[in-house]
Write a protein that binds this ligand. Sequence first.
Ligand SMILES: N[C@@H]1[C@@H](O)[C@H](O)[C@@H](COP(=O)(O)O)O[C@@H]1O
Length: 243
Amino acid sequence: MNIIQAKDYKEMGQIAAKKIMEQVNAKPESVLGLATGSTPEGLYEEIIQAHKDDNVSFKDVTTFNLDEYVGLDKDNHQSYYYYMHHLLFNHIDINGGQVNLPNGDALDLQEECNRYEKAIKQADGIDIQILGIGLNGHIGFNEPGTPFSMQTHIVDLDESTRQANARFFDSIDDVPLQAITMGIDTIMQSKQIILIVSGLQKAEALKQLVNGPVTEDFPASILQKHANVTIIADQDALSKLSQ
Ligand SMILES: N[C@@H]1[C@@H](O)[C@H](O)[C@@H](COP(=O)(O)O)O[C@@H]1O
């Protein structure tokens, strides 16, 4: 794994954005895999800036998000659909028809998982997948214990994940119990993966990802087996890694 040290959160976003721009400039019809949470917010600000300042165009880009909560409609401000449009898509020239998120409000959720997985394959796979990491080692919403062979599926969220994400909701009771997520197998098929990590509270998780055993008990550890992973982390997140 290639590890790039950023001095802080801002620089982490800048370095990641530069890699996305290089990809889009080299291949305008790139397929990008996108993530939510607090970590990519700075990256999305940098992308919007590059779009405005350097005329980087996203009109031929296709995107697939990692996951979506079950039961929140698109207008719900805590849905990842809302997050992505609010923080990125509404500010760049991407074609709305080429933006993909799982529909957590679908009547038949299993059918929705199948449809999503198929859509990724039909797009010829993901060129660069952006990932964050949960404190318990989850990527997307693949919680500890998820078989590495899983593709897009419905997941029961861990109580610790619901608590960690409760800050975005009025109360913990409003945090959905389930989500749809790309599986580990889906993520591992991405041609390139960029994992962004920031802050002291993620230092232990990053250490386990890089130095720990590859185990389904810590889903992000599978990234050790991917041929093209770049970790962009700030000094705080890197503070527990052996040199
Ligand atoms: N499903 C998302 C993940 O994709 C994200 O990586 C994780 C970490 O979020 P944060 O960046 O806010 O720490 O949170 C959520 O659970």
